[in-house]
Ligand binder design. Structure first.
Ligand SMILES: O=P(O)(O)O[C@@H]1C[C@H](O)[C@@H](CO)O1
Ligand SMILES: Nc1nc2[nH]cnc2c(=O)[nH]1
Length: 393
């Protein structure tokens, strides 16, 4: 990328970044910016808002800056990176001298998240207690909200946009069963080109807006042979495959205003809420379609090979998807109580001669639509139960 090369050439004297908590432009960064294409410049000017397929341009752009930083490999280079970085990152903690991946430079500061939360709170009088994330095909869950104020993602400052079919791309405030909630109609995935910290950034917005609970849903492939298409798995635990490979939404400097450096995850999914969901499933007469299990998130966007599915099964995974885990880690880090469920949209084959159709997104979205009313009913009843729980009082 030419811009990147020029960035290196002009950036040796780069300095700037955060001075006494204030953002300053790094001259080296300006040099990079000047050498970008018109489209890339508009991304920068637009404060890194991305539209449709340009999400990957953003990543390449950052990649250029990142390599530039490492290319300089010294104090000036780091300062220059900090100048770039300070667009989203004003942490009091110093950045590492060797920035090693996207998450370090891409994380949003507390101040930016607060700005987003304040923007939303100024535009709506609704004060949500529960944040809801709609999975693939489950966007219509938000249609059950009343007295809504909806914000398309492109209208919210510093927000990415959702590029996936079946994800509307709006934050909807409203009431479910009379309980104030905010609902993401579409989430951000790693495969869209966003780093994990950006995928789960809205969870921190939920926290700063005043939510005490996160209720996440997703579409997932069923590995457990007892699961049928259309069943629901209450997430009891997860295996953080991406985390095991060294990728975390919490990577980079920690801001203690969100939570501790080393948060525990042994009770990530609230036991009481799982018990309540089971009770509700009996009341709804769907107990045979409700399971409990372990979810894992892979980077996607490709679905899994048979060998990968066999490995995941051996690891004790019951359902596989491409989301939720990093959102839950972010939620637990800032002490939100979490409940999550997976809609099983396809069965994962365990051998090469399986009769199962190959996984495909059309089927995922279609099963989501077929089961949306059931999922919405479970969701509504959960929201009511959470609202009545002592934690929410
Ligand atoms: O957003 P979720 O996790 O519900 O969506 C899953 C994972 C991919 O985005 C998509 C694959 O079909 O479904
Ligand atoms: N990774 C993954 N994500 C999914 N989302 C819906 N079904 C699947 C699946 O089989 N695998």
């Amino acid at each position: 990328m030419t811009g990147y090369k020029n960035g290196i050439a002009n950036g040796t004297n780069g300095h700037g970044g955060e001075v006494n908590g204030q953002t300053k432009n790094a001259p080296a960064y300006t040099a990079i910016e000047n050498s970008l294409t018109k489209r890339q410049q508009s991304l920068v000017k637009d404060d890194y808002h991305v539209k449709g397929d340009v999400a990957f341009d953003e990543m390449n752009l950052w990649n250029g800056k990142l390599q530039y930083t490492n290319g300089i490999n010294g104090t000036n280079g780091v300062n220059a990176a900090n100048g770039v970085n300070s667009i989203h990152h004003n942490s009091k903690e110093s950045p590492p001298s060797q920035i090693s991946n996207f998450n370090d430079v891409m994380s949003y500061s507390y101040e930016i998240i607060k700005e987003i939360a304040d923007y939303l709170l100024e535009k709506t009088s609704i004060r949500p207690k529960i944040g809801v994330i709609c999975g693939s095909g489950l966007n219509s869950l938000a249609d059950f909200l009343t007295q809504t104020d909806a914000f398309p993602y492109e209208s919210i400052p510093h927000f990415p946009i959702s590029t996936v079919e079946g994800h509307v791309g709006r934050m909807v405030f409203g009431y479910l069963e009379g309980v104030p909630v905010m609902c993401m109609q579409g989430r951000f995935h790693y495969y869209e080109g966003y780093p994990l910290s950006k995928c789960s950034m809205p969870v921190r917005v939920m926290k700063l807006v005043g939510c005490t609970h996160l209720l996440a849903t997703n579409a997932a492939g069923g590995l457990n042979t007892k699961f049928k298409v259309g069943d629901i798995m209450l997430v009891r635990d997860h295996v953080n495959m991406m985390g095991l490979a060294g990728n975390s939404p919490l990577q980079g400097p920690n801001d203690p205003r969100f939570g501790p450096r080393f948060p525990p995850m042994t009770n990530a999914y609230d036991k009481e809420l799982i018990k309540i969901a089971k009770k509700i499933s009996v009341e709804m007469g769907i107990e045979k379609n409700i399971h409990q299990g372990v979810y894992t998130c892979l980077g996607g966007p490709n679905y899994e090979t048979v060998a990968e599915l066999r490995m995941l099964r051996t690891l004790g995974v019951d359902a596989v998807g491409m989301s939720t885990v990093h959102e839950v880690i972010t939620a637990r880090h800032c002490d939100l109580t979490v409940f999550a469920f997976s809609l099983i949209t396809n069965k994962c084959p365990s051998d090469y001669d399986s009769d199962e159709d190959e996984a495909n997104h059309e089927e995922v979205v279609s099963v989501g639509k077929q089961r949306q009313n059931l999922c919405a009913e479970l969701m509504c009843k959960m929201v009511r139960a959470i609202n009545e729980s002592p934690q929410c009082k």
